[in-house]
Design a protein around this ligand. Structure first.
Ligand code: AP5
Ligand code: MG
Length: 194
């Protein structure tokens, strides 16, 4: 399956991806993790990305599209993938559609994890990543609302969106995700005749 995770900072995309990758048996591609690795290794992409990340802003689309395109070219992604944190803009979503049309199969679904900001602030306060300080968190929320939330409509009209309540224990949220995947599977069967 080819699945995208969308959700605000701290919604649990990374946490649930760890469970989902075992369930779906596909690689987990977290653009945040790829970027943090590039920053650690002082690559050109990492050096460019660092400033945007530390301010809670998005790394420019061309950098992200190149980074993800290269990862999707790896043979382990042929059978499917779980994208966590990509796409985050309309330009990235369109680039992903183009890539998948040219290289593999279509996207099977988009999972939105919904969590309100009060809960998110508590979760991030307890984690302590370098971009988890209050000022940067506020900017990450703004960036999510302005640049990424519009994607929900993009995917809703394409019949790909499943919205999931992300509040509860990790087990409860994962159960909801499994149910959402079942609904997506049924929808795919009826629309693609597969
Ligand atoms: P990224 O690393 O993707 O950060 P994010 O979207 O802000 O999300 P987080 O990783 O903080 O949260 P999460 O949803 O994964 O939650 P988690 O599972 O960790 O991106 C970082 C930066 O990179 C961006 O700001 C941007 O600059 C850049 N970037 C990345 N992708 C980009 C792109 N496509 N385009 C441009 N720029 C890009 O959980 C959070 C905490 O909550 C954890 O402590 C966890 O233990 C806890 N938790 C999880 N689930 C539960 C639960 N059910 N109950 C209680 N606690 C829970
Ligand atoms: Mg994450």
């Amino acid at each position: 399956m080819r699945v995208v995770f969308i959700g605000p900072p701290g919604a649990g995309k990374g946490t649930q991806s760890q469970r989902l990758l075992k369930y779906l048996q596909v690689p987990h591609i977290s653009t945040g993790d790829l970027l943090r690795e590039a920053v650690r290794n002082r690559t050109n992409q990492g050096l460019l990305a660092e400033k945007y990340m530390s301010e809670g802003c998005l790394v420019p689309d061309p950098v992200m599209i190149d980074l993800v395109g290269k990862r999707l070219d790896d043979p382990d992604c042929l059978g499917g993938c779980l994208l966590d944190g990509f796409p985050r803009t309309l330009g990235q979503a369109q680039a992903l559609d183009r890539y998948l049309t040219e290289h593999s199969g279509p996207l099977d679904g988009v999972l939105e994890l919904k969590v309100n900001e009060n809960v998110l602030i508590q979760r991030l306060a307890g984690r302590g990543r370098s971009d988890d300080e209050p000022k940067v968190i506020r900017q990450r929320f703004r960036t999510y609302r302005d640049r990424t939330e519009p994607l929900l409509e993009y995917y809703r009209v394409r019949g790909l969106l499943e919205s999931i309540d992300g509040i509860g224990t990790q087990d409860e949220v994962f159960d909801r995700i499994r149910q959402a995947l079942t609904r997506l599977g049924e929808r795919i069967k009826s629309t693609r005749g597969a």
